[in-house]
Design a protein around this ligand. Structure first.
Ligand SMILES: Nc1ncnc2c1ncn2[C@@H]1O[C@H](COP(=O)(O)OP(=O)(O)OP(=O)(O)O)[C@@H](O)[C@H]1O
Ligand SMILES: [Mg+2]
Length: 405
């Protein structure tokens, strides 16, 4: 199914009933260690699109690194020494809309509770029988209504520039690609600058109209929106962008933006958003959902002035502790000295990236990601990626968020 997300020029979004059945995810993949469980799953889930594979949760994680087109996953944790560590690994690569059930040897109720508390659909101790699978597992995996796109799922990181040309799009693209590479998670890059199409030009691809239509009217973005509007950048990264004429008139709505973000958060582990400036109320839902809102500025008077105002606006919507300031091209000739920046901002910038030379602009002209052309960009983005990815370890609650239940 991943092939269906390859580079496409998206045709105008059709109404939901046009869904070709091959695009509806009904696949259940089971990794089990013993024949008895395999047999019980096959019989108990008879009539489903089921794949039984020999293995454990470790093999499931490996599969999810490249293949997430499934409705549900059943994984064996018997004989796995560190099931909770494995679950952490699973949560990094498993989209929120994939239901996860486990089977294992532990029959203690406290163990069951601990697992269910983390957001799993079900845990069944062995031995499995056809009847147990039919009565307890089946309804959890397929019969219960699918959760709608609500406020949980992938982690949102938004980026905006305090002045034109500060590097917001370049940094957003680099961050999305490095996040995917480092964490092996699925990343959506959502470019809400719908006119001018900078991100698509930088990545050498051509967007269609799907995103703009969905942002205008949530009723037009059905569950196939992602298959239709995603532009494949590599195995793990998809771009959602538009390239509307500069004189086009259209009105994206808060409802449309919320709905699109909800759909993306169900399918991707991270959503990196290139925010348009000025911030219009229609995009407030993205800001409110952002775990990190990054304000980029260059060492110029204009950037400094706007950065303060922008930080305050983002903090009001997302929360004070979610806003980070990134000083880009810090050492650029003619720029303000760092002391003036610190004084103007009222503190040190959280992140600093130096001027990375002409390779950055060369990459744009070649239509290739700067990350592959400028090795230093990778090194300077690494601490930001660490900061974003580390959040998952913050508390036990992360698994519920990632697994989405
Ligand atoms: N750290 C850097 N070192 C050198 N060049 C950079 C750096 N960051 C960005 N650039 C270059 O700056 C230019 C502007 O970058 P970019 O288009 O990403 O900025 P932007 O903030 O998205 O601009 P806009 O306001 O038009 O959306 C590009 O040519 C890019 O290659
Ligand atoms: Mg830009």
């Amino acid at each position: 199914m991943l092939e269906s997300m390859m580079t496409i020029n998206v045709a105008p979004v059709k109404p939901p009933e046009a869904a070709p059945s091959s695009l509806i995810r009904d696949r259940i993949v089971c990794f089990v260690n013993d024949d008895l469980s395999a047999d019980a799953l096959l019989k108990g889930l008879e009539g489903c699109n089921i794949e039984i594979k020999r293995g454990t949760i470790r093999n499931a994680i490996h599969m999810l690194e490249t293949d997430t087109e499934l409705l549900a996953l059943v994984a064996d944790i018997s004989e796995v020494d560190d099931p909770f560590a494995q679950l952490e690994g699973l949560s990094r690569v498993c989209p929120a809309d994939v239901r996860v059930a486990l089977i294992g040897d532990n029959k203690e109720i406290a163990f069951y509770r601990a697992l269910m508390d983390l957001g799993l659909s079900e845990y069944l101790p062995k031995p499995l029988t056809r009847n147990i699978v039919q009565t307890q597992l089946r309804r959890r995996l397929i019969d219960e209504a699918a959760p709608g796109p609500i406020d949980r799922g992938g982690q949102v990181v938004s980026i905006c520039g305090a002045q034109g040309g500060a590097g917001a799009t370049s940094i957003a693209i680099g961050l999305a690609m490095l996040l995917a590479e480092t964490t092996k998670a699925k990343v959506a890059l959502l470019d809400l600058n719908l006119q001018g199409g900078e991100s698509s030009v930088m990545l050498g691809v051509r967007p269609g109209q799907g995103l703009r239509i969905a942002l205008e009217n949530p009723a037009r973005a059905d569950s196939l929106f992602i298959e239709r509007a995603a532009i494949e950048i590599n195995d793990r990264v998809r771009l959602f962008a538009a390239d509307e004429e500069l004189d086009a008139t259209f009105a994206i709505t808060k409802e449309g933006v919320s709905h699109v973000l909800g759909l993306l958060r169900q399918r991707f582990n991270y959503i990196v958003v290139d925010l348009p400036i000025p911030l219009s109320p229609a995009i407030y839902p993205v800001i409110a959902a952002s775990r990190h809102a990054i304000v980029l500025l260059e060492a110029e008077v204009t950037g400094l002035r706007n950065a303060k105002a922008l930080r305050a606006a983002l903090a009001r919507i997302a929360g004070e502790n979610r806003v980070l300031t990134l000083l880009n091209r810090a050492d650029r000739a003619g720029g303000l000295p760092i002391e003036s920046i610190v004084k103007g901002l009222g503190g040190k910038p959280d992140l600093v990236i130096p001027d990375l030379g002409k390779g950055m602009t060369e990459a744009i002209n070649l239509g290739i990601p700067a990350l592959n052309h400028v090795p230093r960009l990778r090194r300077h983005l690494a601490p930001i990626v660490r900061e974003i990815a580390a959040l998952e370890d913050e508390s036990k609650g992360w698994l519920r968020r990632i697994l989405g239940r």
